[in-house]
Design a binder for this molecule. Structure first.
Ligand code: 26Q
Length: 822
């Protein structure tokens, strides 16, 4: 559009050149992967100009910078997104067309960089997109896992994990920066030595192991503004070259150990989502990237400023959940031990620099590290945390004399554990939840003591998503249609979507809108036919639940309801029933047995139902293998119904819900997380809400739960589907295959609280809400209006809005404009 660099003939020549220099081949001889690499290098070339210009501007203007610290960045593919954000997608598509190359096929050659699990990691990626697009100086800091989120295969209905070797072919959009390598030290002991010159104690780490952290930079391209920020992910390398001529046994062993440490530390992303596992290697990963990032940050700050006491004027550090919270101790260590500040000075800087985002109230997700492990691995950081804790408890006792309950509940070090959330709250100048309801629950339930003591820290930042990836790239048909009606302002100002409301009663516009949905459904149907061998009818209702598999997200409720519908159809073949396609996509953490059983159940039900000719294809069930960002973009575009059915109070926010809404799929859901705010925006008449409220759930929980037998014995439809878990209907006669799921719903002996997630309790309400969906869908006009109203009302849920709030209320960044010659 505006860029000379994507002038067609030049671009074509560049691609040919790249194929030649990279592979010594002509374009006709090149494989699709080689063409992908050649195209990507041509794009990277253009990106680098803006990248340099941006860094130049930052140097000149010295804006305040945010460091977004996260163990996860679920970026998804970069090629298409970079082209979109450089406004070069259509030019490049044309150029490649003229060479007989299909850009979509080339995009498909890129592995999904999946350096994250789910919501939290994808949120980080959306935030980076918005930060660059809004023109704020930002670094994402994370880990260059050699293996990202595992690839999921479904074999015989079961999930099989295979390694995700995303770096196998070489990743064209990263840049190794050896010149910025840093040393990170683990273990050993601390010797205290009095320094006569400085008149203070020095803390010297001895007998430690160390690794070299090497940064790789990835460009984060802002939309249409020439801003290119940096995602800096750290790789590890052994610090001493392995000396084979060393005959010193001690050194020899140490060399091997350090070699192993370096090899292991960045090997693989832990696939737990919303679940804490106290693995030593995980803590090493955390400290590794935090120490390297903070050293780098301080070094950069000191390049231009001589007083680290004023660090907070130029730097904000956001901790994405507690995973990077060791940053509190490490920043204190660097300020005291390396920069020579005294405790009070260092504490002042730290507590004005770091801020914390909480993403969950699930107890099993809270990080609590065993003190013996923590202090052995990070002896000096542990000393510092002890002192933070001592001073904090002193303050609690001052404020609440005699209330030792408070001390026990609020201490950072308690019962042999380091409670990372407490550390993050005590040190952070801001503590935020990720949706209104979630923040309220934090303030008044989970973190009540902290909220009472320091209410000013607490604030809400409702999550958002980037419309550039999830509409402009993922749903080009709808994006073009929206632009044809309201112009392209929505791309950087999603509130403009509101203008579409003028079309809500315009039959022609509604027909166009639904026609686009239909085309997207055809695209997904073709994918399903190819990958699942299942034929689905694009005229059926596409009812979709895609997200990580977790009991609280209640995929089990969904599939039990499908079983119920199947029973209904079989029993009343004449009953009017609008054809439905239930689409699932979900990875279960490798060690989460019950989640894996639910995947098996979904596939088993699919097998029976999809092959039952007697129901005339009224019901189809599809499990999309290896759900990930790239396929997600197509799924959202094709969805009619967005399943957001978590047990109320459990889903902190959800962000998939927003992606569905953007693409015109109404929410079928509980009043949980950001669903509450979605309903606020779109209106109850354009959503399908059911089930217990979060207050009701919390009340039951406080009473020790409810008795699912009351429902089981009183609702025969419920009893029937629950019994079908045990009677062999979906297991080829095997009565044990789903016994554990059955027990989880009913049996007090088998789980502390049967039906912990209120599946049976909410079943009837869910079935009724589904009935309302069917009714609404039958009325084509009415449905089209509901769908359109969802797209038209999604303005609030852009991550641009979220980031602007973080900037205004937490980070206080300066806006930057990058000028380049066109
Ligand atoms: C912790 C310790 C050890 C190993 C793994 C973990 C771990 C890893 C990932 C704990 C939690 C996570 C991920 C949490 C997550 O994705 N939370 C989701 O965050 C989204 C963005 O705010 C919300 O929309 C979702 O509601 C929330 O579930």
């Amino acid at each position: 559009m505006y860029s000379k660099r994507f002038e067609k003939e030049q671009f074509k020549a560049d691609v040919k050149d790249n194929v030649r220099t990279l592979y010594r081949r002509t374009i006709d001889e090149a494989t699709p992967q080689q063409i992908f690499q050649a195209v990507s290098y041509a794009v990277k070339e253009a990106v680098i100009d803006d990248w340099l210009a941006t860094q130049e501007t930052y140097k000149k203007e010295d804006p305040k910078t945010v460091y977004y610290m996260s163990m996860e960045f679920l970026m998804g593919r970069a090629l298409g997104n970079n082209l979109i954000n450089m406004s070069a997608y259509k030019e490049v598509k044309e150029a490649l067309d003229e060479m007989g190359i299909d850009l979509n096929a080339i995009e498909d050659q890129e592995p999904d960089p999946a350096l994250g699990n789910g919501g939290l990691g994808r949120l980080a990626a959306c935030f980076l997109d918005s930060l660059a697009t809004l023109g704020y100086a930002a670094y994402g800091c994370g880990i260059r896992y050699h293996y990202g989120m595992f690839k999921q295969k479904i074999e015989n209905g079961y999930q099989i994990e295979t390694p995700d070797n995303w770096l196998k072919e070489g990743y064209p959009f990263e840049l190794r920066r050896d010149e910025y390598a840093r040393e990170v030290r683990f273990g050993g002991n601390i010797r205290i030595e009095y320094d006569e010159n400085e008149k203070r104690n020095k803390f010297i780490q001895e007998n430690y192991e160390s690794v070299l952290a090497i940064p790789y930079d990835m460009p984060i391209v802002g939309y249409g503004n020439h801003v290119v920020n940096t995602l800096r992910i750290w790789d590890a390398q052994a610090i001493t070259e392995f000396k084979l001529d060393s005959f010193d046994r001690g050194e020899y062993h140490k060399a091997i150990e350090q070699e192993n440490l370096a090899k292991n530390i960045v090997e693989v992303l832990y696939p737990n989502d919303n679940h804490y596992a106290g693995k030593e290697l995980r803590l090493k990963q955390q400290y590794f990237f935090i120490s390297a990032s903070l050293q780098q940050m301080l070094w950069k700050y000191k390049e231009r400023h001589d007083d680290v006491r004023k660090l907070y004027e130029k730097v904000a550090i956001q901790m994405n959940d507690t995973h990077p919270t060791v940053a509190v101790g490490e920043l204190m260590r660097l300020l005291i031990d390396e920069e020579g500040l005294n405790w009070d000075e260092a504490w002042d800087v730290t507590t004005k620099t770091v801020a914390y985002t909480n993403h969950t109230i699930m107890a099993e997700a809270l990080e609590k590290w065993p003190i013996d492990l923590f202090s052995r691995l990070l002896p000096r950081v542990y000393q510092i945390i002890q002192e933070i804790d001592r001073r904090f408890i002193e303050k609690v006792r001052q404020m609440y004399p005699g209330d030792e309950g408070k001390v026990k509940r609020m201490a950072i070090l308690m019962d042999g554990q380091v409670k990372m959330a407490h550390l993050a709250i005590v040190a952070g100048f801001s503590v935020n939840g990720v949706a209104k309801l979630h923040t309220e629950i934090l303030k008044h339930q989970e973190l009540r003591d902290f909220y009472e003591m320091m209410p000013d820290k607490f604030n809400n930042k409702t999550n958002g998503i980037t419309q550039r990836r999830f509409l402009l790239h993922g749903n080009q048909l709808l994006a073009d249609w929206v632009t044809s009606h309201i112009g392209e302002g929505w791309i950087t100002d999603l509130s403009q979507m509101e203008k579409l409301k003028a079309l809500a009663d315009n039959p022609k516009a509604l027909a166009e809108f639904m026609d686009i949905k239909y085309k997207n459904k055809e695209r997904l149907a073709a994918y399903i036919l190819e990958h699942n061998g299942v034929e689905v009818d694009p005229r059926s209702i596409f009812d979709v639940q895609v997200k990580r598999l977790h009991e609280y997200k209640r995929q089990l409720l969904n599939i039990l309801h499908v079983m119920y519908l199947y029973n209904q159809i079989k029993e009343h073949p004449e009953m009017p029933f609008y054809p439905r396609t239930f689409i699932f996509g979900a990875k279960a953490s490798a060690g989460y047995v019950r989640a894996k059983q639910i995947i098996k159940l979904i596939n088993s039900v699919a097998d029976v139902v999809n092959n039952d000719r007697s129901i005339n294809g009224k019901l189809k069930i599809v499990f999309i293998e290896d759900y990930r960002v790239s396929i997600a973009e197509h799924i959202f575009a094709a969805a009619d119904v967005s399943e957001q059915i978590s047990t109320a109070s459990k889903e902190a926010s959800g962000t998939g819900n927003m992606k569905f809404m953007l693409n015109g799929a109404p929410t079928l859901g509980t009043m949980d997380g950001a669903n509450v705010e979605i309903v606020e925006e779109v209106g109850l008449e354009n959503a399908f809400i059911f089930g217990l409220s979060s207050d009701e759930v919390i009340n039951y929980e406080n009473k020790g739960g409810y008795n699912p037998q009351d429902i089981y014995f009183n609702d025969w439809d419920v009893k029937r589907v629950v019994d079908q878990l045990m009677d062999g209907t979906y297991s080829g006669g095997d009565h044990d295959m789903f016994r554990d799921l059955y027990n989880s719903l009913l049996n007090t002996q088998c789980s502390s609280r049967p039906d912990m997630y209120f599946i049976l309790k909410d079943f009837r309400a869910y079935a009724e809400a589904q009935k309302r969906v069917e009714e609404a869908y039958r009325d084509t006009q009415r449905w089209a209006k509901i769908a359109l109203m969802n797209t038209a009302s999604c303005g609030k849920f852009t991550s641009d809005r979220t980031i602007q709030e973080y900037v205004d209320e937490i980070w206080k960044l300066d806006k930057v404009t990058v000028k380049v010659e066109e």
